[in-house]
Design a protein around this ligand. Sequence first.
Ligand code: TRP
Length: 325
Amino acid sequence: MKRGRVFSGARPTGRQHLGNYLGAIQNYVALQEDYECVYCVVDLHALTTLTETEKLKGNTYEMVLDWLAAGMDPETSIIFVQSHVPQVTELHIILSMVTPMGWLTRLPTFKEKVRLQPDNVNYGLLGYPVLMAADITLYKADTVPVGEDQAPHLEFTREIVRRFNHHFGPTLIEPQIKLTHYPRVMGLDRVNKMSKSLNNHIELAFSPEVIEQRVMTMVTDPQRRYRSDPGRPEVCNVFAFHGFFSAQQVEDIESQCRSAEIGCVDCKRSLARNLAASLAPFRQRRAELARDENLVWDVLSDGANRATPIAQETLEEVKIKIGLP
Ligand code: TRP
């Protein structure tokens, strides 16, 4: 018997990187054991920041191929595209009527977007959290695995649910946040979160050669200037990655770095090797899956077919509770 229903969404960002894997995908895969999982490519959310919409389709394909290769299972989980189940837009409008404007303008995520794209502060951007609340509540999810940055949106969803249920009677489920245990995965530059747009990332599907090239550019302990200087693993991003990918060797690497027995170049070479070895089964599986060019689209169409009746049922219930004629 499964414990409950998980819902999570990700914007179609194309090929996934280590930050996506450690922060989200790995967790999505693990949750499939105990929960009924619904995983959504939130293409409508992506429209709030995108100007180059011609990338949406390709990005969706590449991201979902990575998901499948990483072990997200379309047999047990529902994997679908947000816009393929348009009931969410109807629920979005309905929820917007119980959303005080101030709750939206006060959100730190909104303020940040206004700062980042002052020339494109669109209405959709303001409503972003309402659409997210619609995603989660439409599927009656009780558990939402997300990173810390999404915590305000989850709290917002809970408030909307309480408000809706207070007005119209118990209908929607108040979801619990399930914070991912992994710390922020920093990029190759060591100071910014790993992200494709900053080009400080390592894609899961990179070849061993490209992995090595990229790892060699990683910024290590800035105070270690000479090969003979002792290193400080606790501030070194390469060491943080050894923690994820070099299981048995981590203690040796730590002491050899502190005593300057190994230099940063040696340390990076061994990380590149371990990383390539860890990712090899993933790359192979990805290549196998890619042979069937319809696979991703078939998975997504099956996902939408399974998501639709759940969405439809919730929406009907909502409309009845509100009293829409
Ligand atoms: N806002 C989320 C992000 O940027 C994506 C998202 C959209 C989401 N709808 C969701 C996450 C519903 C969890 C549940 O990462």
